[in-house]
Design a protein around this ligand. Sequence first.
Ligand code: ASP
Length: 351
Amino acid sequence: MKKTLTSLALALSLLSPHLYAKNNVVVVATGGTIAGAGASSTNSATYTAAKVPVNDLLNAVPQIKDLANVSGIQALQIASENITDRELVALARQINDLVKKPDVNGIVITHGTDTLEETAFFLNLVIHTDKPIVIVGSMRPGTALSADGPLNLYNAVALASSDDAKGKGTLVMMNDSIFAARDVTKAINIHTNAFNSQWGALGTVVEGKTYWFRETTKRHNNTSEFNIEDIKTDTLPLVQIVYGSDNMLAQSYLALQQAGVKAIVNAGTGNGSVPKYIVPTLNQLQQQSIQIVRSSRVPQGFVVRNAEQPDDKYGWVAAHDLNPQKARLLTALALTKNADAKELQRMFYTY
Ligand code: ASP
């Protein structure tokens, strides 16, 4: 009987090897709260991020070994607000090398939640692969009561090792939900349901199994026109954000010009509106070859071209539904290709 069952299992594994052979997943650790430690178990918000090394993170969740063959790499050990374009470019190169290896089936990146969406979107644009790349964080350090990191990591490994995650774009795994890198954002800064997307989650992971409900319609990864291999510098063209409000100062924009920005993303009020006393300054900068991108400080909706401001007339760009921090990255990548305002506008509709 046992022999028959063994032969049956062998025959099935030959027919459907993916059901039986475990995939190889590399966990690339960068720091953040998921690697954080607090003084006591009741410290859920007061703690030091980026303390716990990758092997300890993996050993804390031994159940991931049932899902995949997991190995760890410590790429960085920092809080994610400290990431600059230099770290982003270096990390992308490291991930690009990993996805090229035939024996790597999926990647999990453990990351601080503050700029997790930026890293996810950048990788979504510059890594050409259909292998799952999953970014995961946590809102509570591992030392806290009801720490969310262990289950988030378990779910992330489940997702990165699942064949059905292939080709779906760079993914963010938080609080059981699977999000698309382009529209996920940190929307709550204190609770474990910190991330959302105005267009909804793509799916969910329950008990190590993936369930899918949507797909992104935007270009990403293999179909992206950007590629980390084409970026020859260690950083990106300088793009900065100015936050819109009432009572603004033209000097904020002029200071950025002094600092050498190549583009300014205006996180405008409402539908990307700009005060009439700021418009001449932006036009002056635009005429000096600084791209002006109208995004919005409002977390949902999208900026409509030529509404609120005459973008065609001014040569400005509407960021569509990309939030200011993602608009900054897309603009920087566009500038590596010397995109003009028209080209940049096309990119905002494409990604
Ligand atoms: N400041 C931390 C970070 O982004 C917060 C977190 O990980 O939740 O690294």
